[in-house]
Design a protein around this ligand. Structure first.
Ligand code: HEM
Length: 423
């Protein structure tokens, strides 16, 4: 009698689907089980099959070997078939730049935008973020009711990212809504077609704005940079610009929304921790990193194996896809003491919530500033908010972004700080 193949090997896949409701409810437990099993890099048969590493060290090793584990997306010109890229399942949107490219091509695309995201550039956006967080709260403060996602954590990152891009701020809803829908709608569901059409309309709008900037003198925003600055001695093509728009809008808008919304729920459930943060604002930087670790708002991406190899004793073959759950690495007890507990003062904190290796998040400094300004605005102006958790809904699928669709809350009404209204 031959021994059964170990659970998690290709011959005996685990029941795992990062887009399923079961995953959304129990992801940390699912990774604990995989981590402690005979196959800590397990094979799931869902979505055409993919590996699921669960240990910090394996996820980091894969992220740091971008020659073997490619992010590149390929579109077959003849058939239109899309393969590779950083999403499982693959979706037919423009290749995202720089995230869906590999070195050395990646270096050129990343270097082209790096300066706009550097710590100093991010800090320069803080006042804008603070002012808009305040204006957003002004819109609801007299009513005593807020939907955190619709009224604050969704709009603020959308407005800041659109400002960075040079997109018209008054139309932020046309961008924020498709960017939310695209991440929580399962890619194989019937609704996805309509969602994808709205997402596409957003790109069409980006092209209109790009053309406008091409006919204007250079301005200090990314679309104007894309319109005017020479890239390797030539002008960027429309497809390349759309690739940047895809990456920067998707990266900028929903991730910080998810982080801040999770944190507002956590602080409401843990009033003593909220009080600590209010009484000691110096805790905010370590708390912020701990929240990124714990919630892993950009939950995972994917890689595509380019040659037969082995990681952590598990063979991975050329052509295999690998799901890269930053959230699993962030809960690995080999690296983090008591990983399932939030410690506002955790330091050092080697979390991989902003990724690891070359593709590490370019927007992390802007994200930190936006998060801090939203949390400070809430803790200063409506600290005693009460969330209606029974009405709040998490994303149906959290396998890409660990976010919330809505989060209604009430508070003691207060006074506006500014007479100005938002568009
Ligand atoms: C809390 C908020 C955020 C989190 C948790 C987050 C997380 C991540 C992670 C994990 C990666 C690595 C992906 C990979 O390895 O393939 C990444 C890359 C990226 N992020 Fe963020 N992100 C956040 C906010 C932002 C913001 C605000 C922007 C832009 C305004 C942004 C733009 C990008 C871009 C362009 C990349 C691709 C970088 C490259 O490929 O070189 N992100 N992000």
């Amino acid at each position: 009698m031959t021994a059964a193949a170990p659970l998690g090997s290709k011959a005996n896949p685990i029941a795992f689907d990062h887009e399923s409701p079961a995953y959304a409810a129990n992801w940390a437990d699912e990774y604990r089980t995989i981590r402690e099993s005979a196959c800590p890099i397990a094979w799931s048969g869902a979505h055409g099959g993919y590996f699921v590493p669960s240990r910090y060290r394996d996820i980091v090793a894969i992220a740091q070997d971008s020659q073997t584990f490619s992010s590149a997306k390929h579109v077959d010109v003849a058939t239109g078939e899309v393969t590779g890229g950083v999403l499982i399942p693959t979706i037919p949107f423009p290749t995202a730049y720089p995230i869906e490219t590999d070195r050395p091509v990646w270096d050129a695309y990343r270097n082209f935008i790096n300066r706009r995201f550097a710590p100093k550039a991010a800090e320069a956006r803080r006042d804008f973020a603070r002012a808009h967080a305040s204006l957003l709260l002004d819109q609801v403060i007299e009513t005593g009711a807020i939907d955190f996602v619709a009224d604050l954590t969704g709009p603020l990152p959308a407005i800041v990212t659109m400002d960075l891009m040079g997109l018209p701020l008054a139309d932020w809803r046309d961008f924020a809504e498709p960017l939310h829908e695209i991440v929580y709608t399962p890619k194989e569901s019937p609704e996805f077609v309509a969602v994808a059409a709205r997402f596409q309309a957003m790109f069409d709008r980006c092209l209109v704005e790009l053309e406008r900037y091409r006919n204007l003198p250079p301005e200090d925003n990314l679309l104007s940079l894309f319109a005017h600055a020479p890239f390797e001695g030539r002008r960027l093509t429309d497809d390349e610009v759309l690739g940047y728009c895809n990456n920067i809008l998707a990266g900028g808008v929903d991730t910080t929304t998810a982080l801040t919304t999770n944190v507002l729920a956590y602080l409401w459930r843990n009033p003593n921790e909220k009080r600590r943060l209010i009484d000691d604002p110096m805790l905010l930087p370590t708390a912020r990193e701990e929240f990124v670790r714990f919630f892993a708002p950009q939950h995972a991406v994917a890689r595509n194996c380019t040659r037969d190899t082995e990681v952590g004793g598990i063979p991975i073959a050329a052509g295999d896809r690998v799901y890269m759950p930053w959230g699993a690495g962030n809960r690995d007890p080999e690296i983090f003491d008591d990983p399932d507990r939030i410690d506002l003062a955790r330091f050092p904190n080697r979390h991989i919530g902003f990724g690891a290796g070359a593709h590490r998040c370019v927007g992390s400094f802007i994200a930190r500033a936006m998060f801090e300004e939203m949390i400070k605005a809430v803790l200063t102006r409506i600290p005693e908010y009460v969330i209606d958790l029974d009405s709040a809904r998490r994303y149906r699928s959290i396998g890409t972004i660990n976010g919330w669709m809505n989060m209604p809350a009430t508070f003691a009404p207060g006074m506006r700080l500014s007479p100005a209204a938002l568009g």
